[in-house]
Design a protein around this ligand. Sequence first.
Ligand code: FES
Length: 241
Amino acid sequence: MAPLTTASRALARSVAAAATRRTTSPTTPTTAVAALSTSAARLDTGSTYQSPFVVESKASKLPDWSKYMSKNSAGRNQVFSYFMVGTMGAISAAGAKSTVQEFLVNMSASADVLAMAKVEVDLESIPEGKNVIIKWRGKPVFIRHRTQEEIEEANKVEISSLRDPQPDSDRVKKPEWLVMLGVCTHLGCVPIGEAGDFGGWFCPCHGSHYDISGRIRKGPAPLNLEIPQYEFPEEGKLVIG
Ligand code: FES
């Protein structure tokens, strides 16, 4: 029982000492709190951890755009946006139209080329029963001043018997004037006038025979001689093209 008695005595002494300190020193609790605060402050300042969410970076900081923001209402800004879009669209369309127009004007034929595209022929100089060959757009054109007998001969042919059925009236504007391209429809040779088995034109390249209306009657050519565009602007004048 001796150790227990010793411990009891020590406990009683410490309780008595504490009671004495409380009665003799009223500032002791404040001192203890200050000591505790100092200890806690020492713990805070001693930490090396830094949160990534509280550190401010210049790169992640948004600039202030408020001075660039419009002072107008949203509706007024929309009207302005539509106006600008419409205006820019109209200007772009006008520019595109002008560019295309200039391109087409440059690509079109010049006045001198257009003048050469038409050829005027004085028919008074071609006697009846004669052929004339002129050059039009690089191709020969046959002009035949047909006689009355030749016109009748061209009209009495049975159309259904022709390889390229075409009445003579469809090939002439005036029966006495036969105007057609002098290019064989087989491979493009130039036929010879007043020759062949049908009194019209004959192509010596492979033996095609055309009649007095320029229709294919014999040989390898598949089609009649082609009729170009032409007109009679006045009596005695022929314009081809
Ligand atoms: S090119 Fe005329 S018959 Fe062949």
